[in-house]
Design a protein around this ligand. Structure first.
Ligand code: SAM
Ligand code: DTB
Ligand code: SF4
Length: 345
């Protein structure tokens, strides 16, 4: 037996790949039970952290990430947009705060930011923070000096994903290496910024790749504080459009294994919720997901609308982390959502 169940719930960075495989191989009810037990030791299972995303610089990216609508190499019909003006970003953050988000994530389609653009993003970070929100940015590769500068501007989180296993990575991206990504993560960690790092499932990877991705994340020098698990959003024109969809239970399994491996991390049910039923999302929350992107848009693709998420939270008795409920509760949205599902409210 390669799994010592008595150690589950401990924060460890010495997981072996055999242990990760053994977790994935558990019968679904056992895996869910262990994930729930670990989750409840470290978190209130009714609380879900909510972040809103904004694309502050869209499209025209020189990288060739095969999933991404923003790469200049694929014709996805996306309209490019230069770096947004500071005022617009602050306006959008204010609106997100009013809708109940506590963290604002700014994403830019850069391979790595130029220093003059970084200076603008730093000012965005300062002003969004002054609204009382947590800040997150995802701008591509960073040098240690750039990470330090973002820390000094008050950045709370930096998102930079490993995307998949090292073995599968080469089939998805050729313009930068796995090691480049690990180097950026190191720069962010050393600057004292919280690391947000996860991957994408449903790109045609195998079960072994999913195990290896989670193993790599769980054996970094420190667990990422936030682990986004994205389901591929298939965008016409990208090489991965038309990929065979993942078995939803395998997606839930990955959430549960991430929860067990990284007990104190927020595991984010990230991109892909628009393609999921409410019931599948509920299973993800039961498996230990405790963070979502909230708001109609991710970066360039859709996300469930605010009313639908408020209704889902109300139906499941979930609360946004750091608030009693979404204020004001959208009672009419809850009622109409329940009616749509044929229930009596
Ligand atoms: N350009 C920066 C970078 O790649 O680091 C920041 C933005 S990039 C869009 C952030 C992350 O979004 C990617 O690493 C990837 O994991 C995720 N992502 C991009 N397109 C996606 C898609 N179609 N489906 C799911 N996740 C996606
Ligand atoms: C992450 O892991 N997922 C987010 C965020 N980090 C930046 C991005 C999802 C993007 C989905 C495709 C799009 O909207 O362009
Ligand atoms: Fe560029 Fe980021 Fe998209 Fe890759 S994922 S093409 S780096 S915007």
């Amino acid at each position: 037996m390669s799994l010592d169940l008595s150690r589950l719930g401990q924060v460890r960075s010495d997981w072996t790949l055999a242990e990760v495989r053994a977790l994935f191989a558990l019968p679904f009810p056992d895996l869910m039970f262990h994930a729930q037990s670990v989750h409840r030791r470290h978190f209130d299972p009714a609380e879900v952290q909510v972040s809103t995303l904004l694309s502050i610089k869209t499209g025209g990216c020189p990288e060739d990430c095969a999933y991404c609508p923003q790469s200049v190499r694929y014709d996805t019909g996306l309209e490019r947009e230069a770096l947004l003006a500071l005022e617009e970003v602050v306006e959008r953050a204010t609106a997100a705060r009013e809708a109940g988000a506590t963290r604002f994530c700014m994403g830019a389609a850069y391979r790595s930011p130029k220093d003059r653009d970084l200076a603008v993003v730093m000012e965005m970070v300062r002003q969004v923070r002054a609204l009382g929100m947590e800040t997150c940015a995802t701008l591509g590769m960073l040098t240690p000096g750039q990470a330090q500068a973002l820390k000094e501007a008050g950045l709370d989180y930096y998102n930079h994903n490993l995307d998949s296993s090292e073995a599968f990575y080469g089939k998805i991206i050729s313009t930068r290496t796995y090691q480049d990504r690990l180097d950026t993560l190191e720069a962010v960690r050393n600057a004292g910024i919280n690391v947000c790092c996860g991957g994408i499932l449903g790109m045609g990877e195998g079960a072994e790749d999913r195990a290896a991705l989670l193993h790599t994340l769980a054996t970094l020098p420190e667990h990422p504080q936030s682990v986004p698990i994205n389901q591929l959003v298939q965008v016409a024109g990208t090489p991965l459009a038309g990929s065979a969809p993942l078995d939803p239970f395998d997606f839930v399994r990955a959430i549960a294994v991430a929860r067990i491996l990284m007990p104190r991390a927020h595991v984010r049910l990230s991109a892909g919720r628009s393609d999921m039923s409410d019931e599948l999302q509920a299973l993800c929350f039961l498996a230990g997901a405790n963070s979502i992107f909230y708001g109609e848009k991710l970066l360039t693709t859709g996300n469930p609308d605010v009313a639908a998420d408020q209704a889902l939270f109300a139906r499941l008795g979930l609360r946004p982390e750091g608030a009693d409920s979404f204020a004001p509760p959208l009672a009419s949205a809850v009622a109409s959502e329940a009616a749509r599902c044929g229930r009596d409210g």
